[in-house]
Design a protein around this ligand. Structure first.
Ligand code: FEO
Ligand code: CA
Ligand code: CA
Length: 684
């Protein structure tokens, strides 16, 4: 391999992003051929289902009150009551959010600053390379080794979650972080050999569990070097495969004839906190680490080519070239939802085959009113699908051991959306419709139900390992890249961030539909789903909550009816979170390429007169993406992972100096943003 291969290449491929960035990030998915070449007839039953969401819901926007507030406000809920209670470690939720702020102005995409609202300040909690264990070496960017990296915080923090350690009275917590990918062009000195870059880069992927502590709930967190729960999960960490496809021939390799034990996790993007206090992580762009035939239907559908990969791992480990004898199935062992118990550093993480295999952005779980747990997950690629899993067994209060098994068995569905407006009105520009809304109904089409395949000609194992192909056969709706999909624990409503789709409507590609109403969708949209009847129902109503963009220049942007002249411009919605009172928070990835501003974090009010009001809370530095938002009202704090700051720069000429701003290289970091104490008073 050319030793300069990982260094910047000439030209720009998408918007303001450099070619090397695109290749490292997702292997040029926006340039390459779309993986989904099927021609499903998505909206064919429009006429028969011309029902408005409002009508379905009984006339009011909030008619589906699936949960009594008390279920989620239980003051003394032990770990296991629900995800919010798990995060709080049993502590009380505030009645009103103290996170009040005036929206910040958007920041030009060339500015290398981290901006927060008046009255707030910020501090990095942990940065790439920070030592995790008592014997970890200090970070030395000029002398990086794989041995040192195993004991340090990994690169490109994405999904992040913080759970208070029960019984610590709010002073100790455990933090879980995904390390999605590496930016070799800015991580390593050019003098470092390509082999060494590869070795160190590999270990900088994976996951981290690290303890946090603070003096009291009024002071910001610090991470604990040498904390008992601290853990790095890397490319050679063994995972246990669970569910119906565990042990399948489709998962067996020379190194693992059992098909049940996989080494490592890849492309870990977003994730979710379960009600029983474990973490889920989505294996997203795993395809970019593998060489294959590039010709089989499965390689094609999952984007695996016969070309040398950008990082060249296949030169170090034969399993990354699936043309090698005995490793034909290795890539089938990635693309899953993984579950990690942050409280047991020795427990093997699990890969759940019951939740299907695709480019999982993440997964988020809610306990349905019937006790079955429901998990939502998006496949983040242009024209791919939205999925839902319903557990076979029911959630049991205070039975963590039982609840830990809930994602191992259940039903899997894929979404089909139907619009209720005449197709002639869908003009590809999101011009307002005569009925006032982009909305309609939908069905969850069963892929696996009651342990049986619902897809003709495919076994359960085949459906779960090649879920994209199974979903093609059912005629699921091709979406504009579903990123985070998150149910509100207050209302049961589900929010889907469709980040963008530059190919919609291009020659030979599917055009706009009511659920994805813009061709060459640059700025993305957010869909709001109401499950009809119960959380595990197979029918739903939907409408677009937001049609994103800059309202100053795009009159077809839409903010749930809120006056567009009073919202912050927002583009490329990605990760979602809720505060304790039920406002939606959205972090973005791609705004520089869309509306020309740095990415950020935005609060969206969902109820009352201000429904649809979008307010920008923070803005991340140059070239960075905002990830893992955690909204902790009780701490008057918001946490974000700042991923790939300065990624379009080089080692010699950095684009960013975040977070230390001392003229050294940029370091991805998890940041706490908190309200400054008022003069003469404590923070509370
Ligand atoms: Fe890694 Fe879908 O963003
Ligand atoms: Ca409509
Ligand atoms: Ca993402």
């Amino acid at each position: 391999m050319d030793s300069k291969r990982l260094l910047p290449m000439i030209g720009h491929v998408r918007g303001k992003r450099s070619a090397v960035t695109c290749q490292l990030k997702c292997d040029n998915q926006c340039l390459g051929e779309v993986c989904n070449t099927t021609s499903n007839d998505y909206f064919r039953d429009i006429a028969s289902a011309a029902v408005s969401r409002r009508a379905v819901l009984g006339g009011t926007a909030g008619a589906v009150a699936l949960f009594g507030a008390s279920q989620f406000d239980a003051a003394a809920a032990p770990l296991g009551e629900n995800a919010l209670a798990a995060r709080r470690g049993g502590g009380k939720a505030p009645k009103r959010t103290p996170l009040t702020f005036d929206a910040i102005s958007p920041v030009d995409f060339k500015v290398d600053e981290f901006n927060v609202p008046e009255g707030y300040t910020w501090k990095p909690i942990i940065r790439w390379g920070d030592p995790l264990f008592a014997d970890s070496p200090a970070f030395d960017p000029k002398k990086q080794t794989a041995k040192a990296a195993r004991k340090q915080f990994g690169y490109n923090n994405d999904y992040t979650e913080i759970i208070e350690i029960p019984g610590s009275e709010g002073r100790r917590a455990v933090m879980f972080v995904n390390h999605e990918y590496t930016n070799e062009n800015i991580m390593f000195p050019p003098s470092m050999s390509i082999e060494q870059q590869r070795e160190v880069g590999m270990i900088n992927h994976g996951l981290t569990v690290v303890e946090l502590e603070r003096k009291n709930s009024n002071s910001p967190y610090k991470y604990v070097q040498g904390g008992k729960l601290n853990r790095r999960i890397v490319i050679d960490t063994p995972y246990r495969v669970t569910g119906p496809a565990a042990g399948s021939d489709l998962l067996k390799t020379k190194a693992d004839p059992s098909g049940t034990k996989v080494l490592g996790t890849l492309g870990n993007c977003s994730g979710g906190l379960t009600p029983w206090g474990t973490l889920l992580s989505g294996e997203e762009n795993y395809h970019s680490y593998f060489v294959g035939t590039g010709e089989t239907p499965t390689d094609k559908r999952y984007g695996i080519t016969n070309k040398e990969t950008v990082r060249g791992w296949e030169h170090s480990d034969p399993r990354f070239d699936t043309r090698n004898e005995g490793f034909e199935n290795e890539s089938n062992r990635f693309g899953w939802i993984v579950e990690v118990d942050p409280f047991d550093p020795k427990a093997a993480p699990r890969k759940h085959t019951s939740m299907g295999r695709f480019k999982h952005e993440g997964a988020n779980v809610i306990i349905g009113e019937d006790g079955h747990v429901v998990a939502y997950s998006g496949d983040d690629e242009k024209f791919d699908y939205l999925y839902k899993f319903v557990s076979k067994r029911k959630y049991r209060k205070n039975d963590r051991r039982h609840n830990m098994t809930l994602l191992e068995e259940g039903d899997l569905y894929v979404a089909k959306f139907t619009g209720n407006s005449p197709v002639e009105e869908i003009d590809g520009k999101a011009t307002p419709l005569s009925d006032g809304e982009f909305d309609g109904t939908g069905r969850w089409l069963p892929l696996v139900e009651n342990g049986r395949s619902m897809v003709e000609g495919m076994s359960v194992e085949e459906v779960l390992v090649f879920t994209r192909i199974a979903a093609d056969k059912l005629g699921a709706t091709k979406m504009d890249r579903c990123e985070d999909v998150e149910p509100s624990l207050k209302t049961g409503r589900v929010y889907v961030a469709c980040t963008n789709n530059s190919d919609r409507g291009k020659e030979g590609k599917e055009g706009a539909n009511e659920a994805n109403p813009r061709t060459q969708n640059r700025d993305g949209h957010v869909i709001e789903i109401d499950e009809l009847g119960s959380q595990s129902s197979t029918r739903f109503a939907w409408s677009l909550l937001l049609v994103c963009g800059d309202p100053a220049t795009d009159e077809n942007t839409y903010f749930a009816g809120y006056p567009r002249e009073h919202v912050s411009p927002i583009s490329c919605p990605d990760n979602l979170a809720f505060d304790s009172v039920g406002n939606l928070w959205i972090s973005t990835d791609g705004a520089p390429d869309g509306i020309g501003y740095n990415d950020g974090l935005f609060k969206v009010t969902l109820s009352g007169n201000d429904r649809g009001r979008v307010q920008q809370f923070l803005s991340v530095p140059r070239d960075a993406e905002t990830c893992g938002p955690i909204i902790r009202d009780q701490d008057r704090s918001v946490f974000v992972s700042v991923q790939h700051p300065g990624e379009d720069g080089t080692w010699e000429k950095p684009n960013s100096y975040f977070p230390d701003y001392n003229n050294t290289l940029p370091r991805p970091a998890v940041v706490q943003v908190y309200k400054k104490p008022r003069r003469g008073r404590g923070r509370r």
